[in-house]
Ligand binder design. Structure first.
Ligand SMILES: [Zn+2]
Length: 402
C-alpha cells in the first residue's frame, strides 16, 4: 500500500489512462490525456523504471515504425474479485489489466446469511490464490458485487430485499481478516455497468445495463461514470409498479415488475401452466424434477410450447413497460441486457423491445439500441475488477478508514 500512496497525481493519471485504454501506444496515451508528448514520455519512462508499467508486443504499425503498447505491470500483483448473486457466487483472480487468471463459480443461497455465505466465499478466494501460487500479500485490491443496495462509502448493505440478515453487514470488515488490501463493495448491476464501460473504453457516455435474474436491477452510466445517486440506490428499478392490481411483492407493495416478471415469477407461472393442463411439456418436466426453473421455460419455449412462449413474452413485455419509463426519463443510447433470465430465448428480447418502442417517446428511441451485454456472464467479475483497480488509480486506496 505504501507504494501506491507515493504516486503523484500525474502518475496516477497516466496509469488510469493506460488501464482504460487497454494497452495504448505512447502517442495514443499522450493525446488521450492531453499531455504534451515530452511530458507523457517522461512520466511513462519513470513509471516503467519503477515497475508500474510494462512495454509489450509490437502493434501492427502502418509506417513500419515500432509501436509498443503500454500495460500495467503484472508484477504489481493481482485483483481479487467476487460476484455474489442470490443463488450463486463467482470468484476470480485477475491481472491488473483484467485478464482472468483463475475463476470458480458455484451455487449458494444468499438467504443463508453472511456468516455461511462469506465464509464459503473466503475459502474459495483462498483456494484460488493457493492454486495459482499467489500470496495474500500480492493482492492489490478486492472488488465484490452483491445483489442488493449498497451504501458505497461504507461498503455496507442497506436493507437488501433479497438478502435477509445482511442489513448493515460489512463485507469489507470481514475480508480485512484475510487481506491487507482495500475492499470495495457495490451493487452487482453497477459492476456490470462498470465492466461494460471498461470494455467500451468509455466510448459510450450514456447507457443502461439491465440485469434480470432472481431480481431486476439497472446500472446507470451517465457522462462516462456509473451514477449511484445520493445514497447509492440509483437504478433500483425492480420495485417500479407495472400493475397496481398485481400480486404483493416481498417489499410489501403491489405489482412491482420484479415480483411479476423476474425468475421466481416465471417459475411460478410455469408451475401453474403445467398444473392447469396448459403445457404437457412443462408438466412432464415438473413431474421429472419436482420443480421448474426459468431455464425449463426457455427450453419449452424454444421447442414451440405455446404456454411457455406466453410466459416468456409476458415477462419481456412487463420489463419493457418498466424500461420504457426509464428510457423516457434518461434517454440512453444503449441498453445492455444481462442475467440468466434475459437469455431465456429470442421471444424475450423481441417482446421487451416491442414494449419499449411502443411506449417510449420517438426522440428517446430514435437511435436507441437494446442488445445483450457482450461481456455476458463475465461482466460482473470484470466490473468488480474495474472497481478495485479504478479506486486504486484514483488514489483512494490510501484514504480508506483504517
Ligand atoms: Zn417490490
Amino acid at each position: 500500500m505504501g507504494r501506491w500512496a507515493q504516486l503523484s497525481a500525474n502518475e496516477l493519471n497516466v496509469l488510469e489512462g493506460v488501464f482504460w485504454a487497454h494497452g495504448p501506444s505512447r502517442d495514443a496515451l499522450s493525446s488521450q490525456l492531453e499531455f504534451s508528448k515530452t511530458r507523457a514520455n517522461a512520466v511513462v519512462a519513470g513509471l516503467i523504471e519503477q515497475g508500474w508499467l510494462d512495454e509489450v508486443g509490437l502493434r501492427a504499425s502502418s509506417g513500419g515504425r515500432r509501436a509498443e503498447t503500454l500495460q500495467l505491470h503484472r508484477g504489481l500483483g493481482v485483483l481479487l474479485c467476487a460476484d455474489l448473486g442470490a443463488t450463486s457466487v463467482e470468484v476470480a483472480v485477475l491481472t491488473p489489466d483484467l485478464q482472468v487468471l483463475a475463476r470458480h463459480g458455484e451455487s449458494i443461497d444468499v438467504r443463508d446469511g453472511p456468516a455461511v455465505v462469506l465464509s464459503r466465499m473466503r475459502t474459495l478466494m483462498r483456494e484460488l490464490l493457493t492454486r495459482g501460487g499467489i500470496k495474500p500479500k500480492q493482492v492489490i485490491a478486492i472488488g465484490v458485487g452483491v445483489p442488493g443496495p449498497v451504501d458505497f462509502a461504507s461498503g455496507q448493505l442497506v436493507e437488501p430485499p433479497l438478502m435477509p440478515h445482511w442489513d448493515s453487514y460489512s463485507i469489507r470488515d470481514d475480508l480485512r481478516a484475510d487481506y491487507e488490501a482495500p475492499v470495495w463493495v457495490d451493487n452487482d448491476v453497477n459492476l456490470m455497468a462498470l465492466g461494460e464501460l471498461w470494455r467500451l473504453k468509455r466510448t459510450l457516455p450514456n447507457f443502461l445495463v439491465i440485469k434480470v435474474g432472481t431480481g431486476i436491477g439497472c446500472g446507470v452510466v451517465c457522462h462516462g461514470e456509473v451514477y449511484r445517486g445520493a445514497n447509492g440506490s440509483a437504478g433500483d428499478v425492480g420495485h417500479i409498479c407495472v400493475d397496481p392490481d398485481g400480486p404483493r411483492c416481498h417489499c410489501g407493495n403491489l405489482g412491482c415488475v420484479e415480483t411479476m416478471a423476474a425468475g421466481p415469477a416465471i417459475a411460478r407461472a410455469a408451475t401453474e401452466a403445467s398444473q392447469t393442463g396448459r403445457s404437457a411439456m412443462l408438466a412432464e418436466r415438473l413431474n421429472d424434477q419436482g420443480q421448474l426453473t426459468p431455464e425449463d421455460v426457455g427450453h419449452a419455449s424454444r421447442a414451440g410450447d405455446a404456454a411457455a412462449n406466453g410466459i416468456v413474452q409476458a415477462s419481456g413485455a412487463l420489463i419493457g413497460q418498466m424500461l420504457a419509463s426509464v428510457v423516457n426519463f434518461f434517454n440512453p443510447s444503449h441498453v445492455f441486457l444481462g442475467g440468466g433470465v434475459t437469455r431465456i430465448g429470442p421471444l424475450f428480447l423481441a417482446s421487451l423491445r416491442q414494449s419499449v418502442y411502443q411506449r417510449s417517446l420517438a426522440l428517446s428511441t430514435r437511435h436507441l439500441e437494446i442488445l445483450y451485454s457482450p461481456l455476458g456472464d463475465q461482466s460482473g467479475l470484470v466490473g468488480a475488477g474495474v472497481l478495485a483497480m479504478q479506486e486504486m488509480l484514483r488514489g483512494r486506496g490510501k484514504v480508506l478508514p483504517a
